[in-house]
Design a protein around this ligand. Sequence first.
Ligand code: SF4
Length: 379
Amino acid sequence: MIQTHTEPLADRIEAIALKVLGGESVSRDDALALTQARGDELYDLFYWANKIRIRFVGRQVKFCSIVTGKVGACSEDCGYCSQSKHHSTHVSPEKMSVEQMSDAADEALKNGASSFGIVNSGRGPTDRELDWLEPFFKKTAEQGTIRPCATLGELTDAQAKRLKAMGVRRINHNLETSERFFPNVVSTHTYADRKRTIQTAKDAGLSVCSGGIFGMGEQWNDRLDVAFELRELGADVVPINFLNAIQGTPIYDKTEPLTPLEALQIIAVFRFILPDKELKIAGGREKILRDMQSWIFFAGGSSFLIGNYLTTFGRSPKDDHQMLKDLGLNYTTFDEIEHEAEPAAATKNGPGHPIADAPNALMTRKRDALVTLPVMQGD
Ligand code: SF4
């Protein structure tokens, strides 16, 4: 039966929020109403998303950092990704040594990160690649100062168990978008393949981090599908990425970038649907939100990526720490305690330059040196 609602949307947003605060799950019909907020209604939506965040997650913020263990030359054709061998971008294939990964983990720790992820290009890891990663994961797990995470693509049951045994605590494997929209951006594997790996990781007893990329031309219904699917799958952490279109990828210049308010609305709607999850604001934060980055918490976000991204620069960790101080927010690290951080002015493991020096640059790794290659973003 189709329900009709005649009350002003601001009142309906409040009524839905009170249900969530009372422990009820948001229905699809209610979630759809939240997507219709515009103008001043958006500020009502953010107000309530913030209340839900504080009620279910608390005031503490978390950071995580990632680095590309293996970059480029990927067999897959994800239309948003600069690492696919099907696209002509400035990313060159390269691999990190165990020492370089450890150095990057140390830097992440100094920046206050609670988790540190190794992200490899490719459909899935080979057993030889797991041999290469094992010493790093074992050492990091033994040190116990930062949560070791892995983004390695599709996993078999045996590989997921092996990663757990070597100390990996969390697997990141994003749904990216809805089942309906997925074939518009990827043809070399399916949405069902992605879901299977999430289930495999869960079955192995690993924590699951899974989210999406928004601004690829999907509709609100696709975004809701992602949020409800993740609620169903029981993801622990949900990264929200905003498309930062890279020259040379098929999606470049095909879609209008999200506005900052629409990006914040996505965060808020996800907070209503996933009230107690860690909502992590990831790629595209600086580019899409611009001056509104500090609003991610008011919109319901509870964590974010600090430092550089996989192939683009992040902003200065010092600036991110200053933003939290200015907002009166604290952060926690791996052991749920706020340690004194030594945030860097610029993250070395990544492009190695302050973003102001090379906005929207791509990076590629050449042995020990990090070479930056400017990207023409057209703006
Ligand atoms: S998103 Fe991952 S699987 Fe897809 S092309 Fe990029 S590196 Fe390959």
